[in-house]
Design a protein around this ligand. Structure first.
Ligand SMILES: [Zn+2]
Length: 515
């Protein structure tokens, strides 16, 4: 039988601001009950009869907390065919045919690039050749275009025009999002649960022990699946959920009960909505036009008045608003709305991304004190960002250090599957800011790099605060015993590139060893 207590001896970081390292931690019943020397832990273990874990050359840290992740989409990606790098239509058909044999419902493939295939766009008939009897959706590498086969067009009953071309089966932009939502809507609860379990297993192996689960579609089914997993004791990481605004609307007054759904494993914390789009698609809302396309300054997804209304509503339900705002004009709108409804105070609402922040906005940010969720890995993915905003605005992009210096609650995250789940990739991006990868942004904004201690602090305590979870984020006395053991001491790494190679050895969440 497993013992109630576990003793850890060796190199253990219990927090990163200040950096605190000890050589003994004792956990009992899933909580930290003693922090001190290895000798004392050994003595206590002798009395209590606990499992003693000698870390030897390994290092233990508090579990990572990814404050903004799309868990269901991570599961989706793990369960779809990867077509990145495929170089012929014949090869694509062969892979699709093979993959479809293992699928009972929809067949989803991601990442094809028609420029690599033949230069011509894929069509429904290419997909029909490979899979005639099951619905297929193949999504282009950019994520903004998909191709449906004939069976899929039949199932979805799309009418022609707008963002769909029935003759080729091509769907684009928001219609593609709707198709994905429809597919998910058709999924059984069992299927949703399976995706969540796959995603959870994936996330856990990287030492992520808590997540801010951001739901942008059909949150009700997702919530139901999570509750079912919790009942079966199958939730192994701690889920802090942000519902989609649309789901909140559909719940009506029942939404008031959501904040009461609260356990150690699953909590509904907030509601996510959008003020704008993305820099990649030039839909992030900027105050002045894009430098590489003067015809647009982005898309206002919700107006100031609509934002204020949503903030009022969400707060009224006892939940935390989390607003996606990438461009500086979108940020203006969010800050205006928060001030309008009197939403002031540390972490009373969250801003997702805050990718472009002007100097003159820092004052109002300091006054309102929103929590902010940042994604350092965007720096590596958005290597073209200087072209989008131009040199005169480059200083305003991904201002992590500037925001940190405002003493706000800031959490780190990956926005996975947008960026890789591995926290060490994100830490690497935060610490190097792309300088080691010749990313142009770094040339102008090197001073916005975070130190390793800052990055790890934001990935643990910072994210915990952002998710309003006081029980995790450090290995202080009384905290939940969420511990990741890695193969080396990150503070002893001299070449930052090595940070990407730190690997997980073991992961403990509460009483359980989950990896
Ligand atoms: Zn996101």
């Amino acid at each position: 039988m497993e013992s109630v207590c576990k003793g850890f001896v060796g190199r253990i970081y219990t927090s990163f601001n200040p950096v605190r390292v000890v050589d003994g931690v004792l956990t009992c019943g899933g909580r930290v009950v003693f922090v001190g020397s290895s000798r004392d832990v050994e003595k206590l273990c002798n009395v209590l009869g606990c499992d003693l874990i000698d870390l030897k050359s390994y290092t233990a840290l508090p579990g990572f907390i990814d404050s903004h992740i799309h868990l269901l989409d991570v599961g989706d990606v793990l369960n779809s065919l990867d077509l990145r790098g495929v170089r012929s239509v014949e090869e694509l058909k062969r892979l699709l045919k093979e993959f479809s044999k293992s699928r009972s419902g929809w067949v989803i493939a991601r990442g094809f690039d028609h420029e690599l295939l033949s230069g011509r766009m894929l069509s429904r008939y290419d997909l029909d050749d490979a899979v005639p009897d099951k619905p297929v959706l193949a999504i282009r590498v950019c994520g903004h275009l998909g191709v449906l086969n004939s069976k899929a067009l039949e199932v979805l009953r799309l009418s022609s025009g707008g963002n769909v071309d029935l003759s080729s089966g091509v769907v684009v932009e928001d219609l593609l999002d709707k198709v994905l939502e429809e597919i998910r809507y058709e999924m059984s609860l069992d299927e949703v649960e399976k995706l969540l379990i796959d995603a959870q297993n994936h996330v856990m192996r990287f030492g992520v022990t808590s997540i801010g689960l951001i739901s942008t579609t059909a949150s009700d089914k997702l919530l139901l699946a999570l509750l079912s997993l919790q009942r079966r004791e199958a939730l192994k990481i701690r889920v802090r959920m942000y519902m989609s605004y649309r789901s909140l609307k559909s719940l009506g007054p029942t939404a008031k009960l959501l904040s009461g759904l609260s356990s150690e494993w699953l909590r509904v914390v907030g509601v996510k909505f959008f003020a704008d789009g993305s820099l990649g698609a030039r839909t992030a809302l900027l105050s002045r036009p894009y430098s590489d396309d003067p015809s647009t300054n982005g898309v206002e997804v919700m107006s100031r008045v609509e934002l204020a209304q949503a903030l009022r509503e969400v707060v009224g339900f006892g939940l935390q608003p989390a607003i996606h705002a990438i461009g500086d004009r979108a940020l203006d709108n969010v800050l205006w709305a928060a001030e309008e409804v009197g939403l002031v105070g540390i972490n009373s609402f969250r801003i997702e991304h805050a990718s472009v922040v002007r100097d003159d906005q820092l004052g109002l940010i300091t006054k309102l004190r929103p929590g902010i969720s940042i994604q350092p890995h965007f720096i590596l993915t958005d290597w073209w960002v200087v072209k989008r905003v131009g040199l005169e605005r480059v200083r305003f992009v991904y201002r992590f250090k500037t925001l940190l210096n405002l003493n706000l609650v800031i959490g780190l995250s990956t926005d996975a599957p947008v960026e890789p789940v591995n926290p060490w990739e994100t830490v690497y991006a935060a610490v190097t800011r792309g300088c080691s990868d010749s990313i142009e942004l770094c040339r102008y904004t090197e001073d916005e790099r975070l130190t390793l201690a800052e990055a790890l602090h934001l990935y643990t305590t910072g994210s915990a605060e952002l998710l309003r979870d006081e029980e995790v984020g450090s290995l202080g006395l009384g905290k939940l015993a969420d511990i990741v053991v890695v193969d080396r001491d990150p503070f002893e790494i001299s070449d930052p590139k090595e940070l990407r190679n730190v690997s997980t050895v073991k992961v403990f969440v509460g009483t359980e060893e989950v990896y």
